[in-house]
Design a protein around this ligand. Structure first.
Ligand code: 0WD
Length: 262
């Protein structure tokens, strides 16, 4: 069991399709004790049965758009856990009007601000509050997407926010390394979740992905969860500041092989 005796906080579990749900299930299987944050009452309803199944009773409200909410949530967590071993940041958001249409035409100052605030700054903000409670050999993990380094239709300002999140991962890794806290990101291939359905023509992207990816398919939240468990375990003690692709190899392929065999 990779995560025996580890206490890990999971954020961004909106429903059973969330990447965070796959990560939580894998981490539970690997022996971790889990706590969860949820954005608001509406999402708590979905979280309760999932957390129960994974043996967790620690459910804490945390809206990462508010510093007060983040502070209060770690104070709340402290009532159950004196110290813990890391958290998973599985949160991203941009207003819907930013995620369809021609980038230069649809991107606004407000949309840019919100995307970067919720999708990138919140990782730093959570790390700041978690730091005094983190054990030696803790690990932080976030979720990013290829749109940070290559253009993807309709992903628009989220691509910029993910580029910021990846830089954030490196700067946090440099900043927390002396405390032996590791910080990593998983760049996941497209998966049909609530957040993904906000990107226009997402279904089409899924089928394009399967054509180009060397493994000829998309990935599951369980596959992301398996890598997340490894990265948060002591087996990954030499890895920090790294972006690990869990995307069936899509990012290394410039074109599909199909049709070029002869
Ligand atoms: O294809 C995909 N699904 C990929 C997702 C590919 C690569 C990366 N990702 C990333 C996302 O960008 C995000 O960072 O993975 C992370 C998790 O996303 P998900 O699992 O795809 O989506 P979802 O199940 O919707 O969870 C994201 C959740 C929110 O759900 P909704 O859809 O209701 O916005 O992020 C949370 C919320 O629960 N969230 C917040 N949590 C606290 N405070 C906030 C907030 N202000 N805003 C969003």
């Amino acid at each position: 069991m990779l995560l025996k005796n580890k206490k890990i906080l999971i954020s961004g579990l909106a429903n059973k399709y969330s990447i965070a749900a796959g990560i939580a299930a894998a981490m539970h299987r690997e022996g971790a004790e889990l706590a969860f944050t949820y954005q608001n009452e509406r999402l708590l309803k979905n979280l309760i049965p999932i957390a129960e199944e994974l043996g967790s009773k620690i459910l804490i409200e945390c809206d990462v758009s508010s510093d007060d909410s983040i502070k209060a949530s770690f104070k709340d967590l402290n009532k159950s856990w004196d110290k813990f071993d890391g958290f998973v940041h599985s949160i991203g958001f941009a207003p819907a009007d930013q995620l369809e249409g021609n980038f230069v035409d649809v991107t606004t100052r407000e949309g840019f601000k919100i995307a970067h605030d919720i999708s990138s700054y919140s990782f730093t903000a959570m790390a700041k509050e978690a730091k005094p409670m983190l054990n030696e050999s803790s690990a932080l993990l976030t979720l990013t997407y290829l749109g940070s380094v290559q253009t993807v239709p309709n992903y628009n300002v989220m691509g910029l926010a993910k580029a910021s999140l990846e830089a954030n991962t490196r700067f946090l890794a440099a900043s927390l390394g002396k405390d032996n806290i590791r910080v990593n990101a998983i760049s996941a291939g497209p998966i049909k979740t609530l957040a993904a359905s906000g990107v226009k023509n997402f279904r089409k992207m899924l089928s394009e992905h399967s054509k180009v990816a060397p493994l000829g398919r998309t990935v599951t939240t369980e596959e992301v969860g398996n890598v997340a468990s490894f990265l948060c375990s002591d087996y990954a003690s030499g890895i920090t500041g790294e972006i690990t692709y869990v995307d069936a190899g899509f990012n290394i392929a410039a074109m599909p092989l199909i049709g070029y065999e002869e």
